[in-house]
Write a protein that binds this ligand. Structure first.
Ligand code: NI
Length: 135
């Protein structure tokens, strides 16, 4: 039996989807309105799931306060109200699709949750689109 615990957090960020190696026409063909030069924003929802044993002394898999602090420090504080193309070091040189963004978030959090297994990262770009990375 596996027990998981999921923390949901929200943030706003802007981005523009384009490949600098493509012509303007090709970018428009591939990314549509998402390639508009001025960019646009999303209200993202991030769901982070860890799995592990329930600690006998605390009754918890991980203290939610600690989990929130890790996600806040490692991700939210770096991306909230930022432009993913310009302001976010871990997104430099990466097309800020939800796929690439979620993959970076996974890699960062996987290192951050010492001893607690990161089980899943779900990143909702809108209420209709989400990307999942899981073990
Ligand atoms: Ni977008």
């Amino acid at each position: 039996m596996k027990t998981t615990l999921t923390k949901r957090m929200t943030f706003c960020a802007g981005h523009r989807l384009f490949n600098p190696g493509f012509s303007d026409e090709k970018n428009r063909e591939v990314f549509g309105d998402c390639a508009n030069p001025g960019g646009h924003g999303h209200n993202y929802v991030l769901e982070v799931t860890v799995s592990g044993e329930i600690d006998k002394d605390t009754g918890m898999i991980i203290n939610l306060k600690e989990m929130k602090k890790i996600i806040e420090n490692e991700i939210i504080s770096k991306v909230d109200h930022r432009n993913l193309n310009i302001d976010v070091d871990f997104m430099k040189g990466v097309i800020p699709t939800t796929e690439n963004f979620a993959q970076k978030i996974w890699a960062i959090l996987d290192k951050s949750f010492e001893g607690k297994l990161l089980n899943k990262v779900v990143l909702w770009e809108s209420e209709n689109n989400r990307i999942e990375f899981s073990r």
